[in-house]
Write a protein that binds this ligand. Structure first.
Ligand SMILES: *Cc1c(COP(=O)(O)O)cnc(C)c1O
Length: 392
């Protein structure tokens, strides 16, 4: 079954009584009863499938988990209260029976960097940072650090670099390390990391998958090897996404492939328009034939689907000029999120990369004149017009 069909059908319409609800109901029960105690005993023992307690498993989250598992070609999933919670669980799952050492991309989402530095390092987990787009550097880091896992994003933030996850997965397999891929920016429409050899895939549901700016959630999709550990950790730590958020996420996902296709097409048009604008110094977008990762992009991403995140530098602008530009935006929303149906703009130096010193930001290529655009589903002409009038 193809992605678009899975998005609509997987996990849904599970028989309840004789009548089958057309969508997965919001089930808020925290515990479940059976006609006979013997059955509940068998459910607890996992001899028969069934629900017993909401922290173990519950119908609304289960529907969402089945849906995301199908989209990501995984073995099973766990829906969590946020994307950050999903990352924490992926790391704990990978490291439980491996060396407490992580090789991490140096271009991760800001809160992921903080989680590694402020939560995992103090718990005696070694973290080694690496340029994930430099395969020789990754190979050397694996040999020297002998990590339990490697953490990377399919498309990095905000400079939209694309690491060779298939090659890195092969290196990880040889080294006995798990590969965790945060696929939030790319979504399973562009690439399904488990098909490329990753072990655990993480999403912030908050972004493209739920897509409407109205729910916070995360999910970890696992291969068969890591799934039992993921579920058993979940039972004793309780990160579960609630039934209302699970419902909203599942509802959002039904249209995710359509939204994402439109957003990707809009992004190509806007990147092209921005490159031609005299006030724009540089546009970062993976459709660029001169992109530093062009070869990997051609191998991993389908033609025409480069994601819908664009970052661009405004010529001779500093913080004041960028603020003035953003204040003039009428349609584009000055929001801190991404992946919503509406177009959003963020200023990395003020938000996602605020805690990083200006010198280090400069070294990472994130100048004070760089802004990040999350392209929505609106008419692309209207978005371009708003950007043009705000650029002045
Ligand atoms: C937003 C985001 C996260 C964190 O997700 P939350 O749902 O905000 O906790 C992690 N990784 C990436 C790439 C993100 O964009």
């Amino acid at each position: 079954m193809k992605l678009h069909t899975k998005a609509v059908h997987a996990g849904d319409r599970k028989p309840a009584h004789s009548a089958i609800p057309v969508t997965t109901p919001i089930v808020t029960a925290s515990s479940y009863v059976y006609e006979r105690m013997e059955t509940l005993d068998q459910v607890f023992a996992e001899e028969v499938e069934g629900y017993c307690y909401a922290r173990y498993d519950s119908p609304t989250a289960h529907g969402l988990e089945e849906l995301v598992t199908a989209l990501e070609s995984g073995h099973g999933s766990l829906a969590t209260s946020s994307g950050m919670n999903a990352l924490q669980f992926a790391l704990q799952t990978a490291l439980t029976d491996r060396r407490r050492s992580v090789v991490a991309s140096n271009a991760l989402y800001g809160a992921t960097i903080s989680q590694l530095m402020k939560v995992f390092e103090p718990m005696a987990v070694e973290v080694r940072w690496v340029d994930i787009c430099d395969l020789a550097a990754v190979e050397q880091a694996l040999a020297e650090a002998r990590p339990g896992c490697v953490v990377m994003e399919t498309i990095s933030n905000p400079l939209l670099r694309v690491g060779a996850m298939d090659r890195i997965a092969a290196l990880c397999r040889q080294a006995g390390a798990a590969l965790i891929v945060d696929n939030t920016f790319a979504t399973p429409l562009l690439v399904r990391p488990i098909e490329r050899g990753a072990n655990l895939v993480v999403h912030s549901l908050t972004k493209y998958l739920a897509g409407h700016g109205d729910v916070l959630g995360g999910v970890i999709v696992s291969d068969a090897d890591h799934y039992p550990m993921l579920r058993s950790l979940s039972k004793i730590l309780g990160p579960n996404l609630g039934p209302f958020e699970s419902y909203l996420s599942m509802r959002g996902i039904k249209t995710f492939p359509l939204r994402m296709e439109r957003q990707c097409a809009n992004a190509i048009r806007l990147a092209t328009a921005l490159r031609a604008h005299p006030r724009i110094e540089r546009v970062h977008f993976p459709d660029d034939p001169a992109h530093p990762d062009a070869e990997t992009i051609a191998r991993l991403l389908p033609a025409g689907l480069y994601g819908a995140m664009i970052s661009f530098a405004i010529r001779d602008a500093g913080r004041d000029e960028v603020f003035a530009f953003m204040n003039r935006l009428k349609l584009v929303v000055r929001g801190t999120s991404l992946g919503d149906v509406h177009t959003l703009m963020l200023y990395p130096a003020m938000s996602s990369h605020r805690d990083i010193s200006p010198r280090q930001r400069q070294r990472l290529g994130i100048g004070d004149n760089l802004v990040r655009l999350s392209v929505g589903i609106e008419d692309p002409g209207d978005i371009a017009e708003d950007l043009t009038q705000a650029l002045g």
